[in-house]
Design a binder for this molecule. Structure first.
Ligand code: ZN
Length: 263
């Protein structure tokens, strides 16, 4: 059976049938108003659209779960809401809405950049955006939300020496656990950049899951260190987005979504 799936999550309806085949993990970055100089516009989602998405998911009976819960057999509609990098705008615009609709989410923090900026993006010409500081992360945790690690410095792990990659994974986990007194069991590969050696490093560092930017759903057959996600964003009608839709036929993506890899 072929289902037409858009490349990005915008609203539930096109995805509803596919979501019966596994647990979706939505990927978000920045919420709220978009500053004028932004290059990667798709990484911003308005609070209004985020609220519409939560409202729709809540009405359909979805419950926000931890990444590890997406990998066990279970009943009921489950979804993982994940936020990369840990921007302050998640706390400001996202947390009140998550609380209103009673959703739990996970934010993947860049452990050595708390209270700083997205300097890894700024170096490539992106507009600065402030990251949550330790007090704000505590506020997030106190509200019953989850944290995971996105490395120490948001480095591309496959380009580091094995020792440097290990440091990114191990030291970030230790730093977050020491600072916040919670177990940090979930990792998110910066840029979605990973290979088997990187995944083995994540396992050795003691994590229980790691998520990629690969499109698809998660089932008990999914590799816990290669969890799939679906980017949530607004529907773009830019020529670039339209060309991209033509280049990557939706059928390919549906195939990935419905047939988890056999491990
Ligand atoms: Zn990131």
């Amino acid at each position: 059976m072929w289902l037409e799936l858009p490349a990005f999550y915008h609203r539930l309806r096109p995805f509803a049938a596919a979501f019966a085949h596994g647990v979706p993990m939505l990927m978000y970055h920045k919420l709220g108003p978009r500053p004028p100089q932004v290059r990667l516009k798709g990484l911003y989602l308005s609070a209004r659209l985020f609220e519409r998405q939560l409202n729709e998911l809540s009405a359909a009976g979805f419950v926000g779960v931890a990444p590890s819960s997406a990998l066990v057999a279970g009943s009921g509609r489950r979804i993982v809401l994940s936020f990369d990098d840990g921007y302050q705008n998640l706390l400001r615009y996202g947390l009140p809405l998550l609380e209103r609709y009673r959703f739990s989410a996970i934010v993947y923090l860049v452990a050595a950049r708390l209270g700083g900026h997205n300097d890894w993006d700024i170096a490539e010409g992106e507009a600065p955006e402030t990251l949550m500081d330790a007090a704000q992360v505590r506020e997030w945790l106190a509200a019953g939300q989850r944290i995971g690690s996105h490395g120490l410095t948001h480095a591309r792990l496959t380009r580091l020496t094995p020792a440097a990659a290990r440091e990114e994974m191990m030291a970030s986990r230790k730093r977050l656990e020491d600072l916040f007194g919670v177990e940090v069991a979930d990792f998110c590969y910066p840029y979605g950049d990973w290979d088997r050696a990187v995944a083995d490093g994540v396992i050795a560092a003691g994590y229980r899951t790691a998520c990629t930017t690969g499109f698809g759903l998660n089932t008990p057959a999914t590799d816990p260190f290669a969890m799939k996600r679906i980017m949530a964003r607004y529907r773009s009608w830019s020529p670039w987005a339209l060309r991209r839709r033509q280049r990557f036929p939706v059928e390919d993506r549906v195939c990935t979504a419905l047939q988890p890899p056999l491990e």
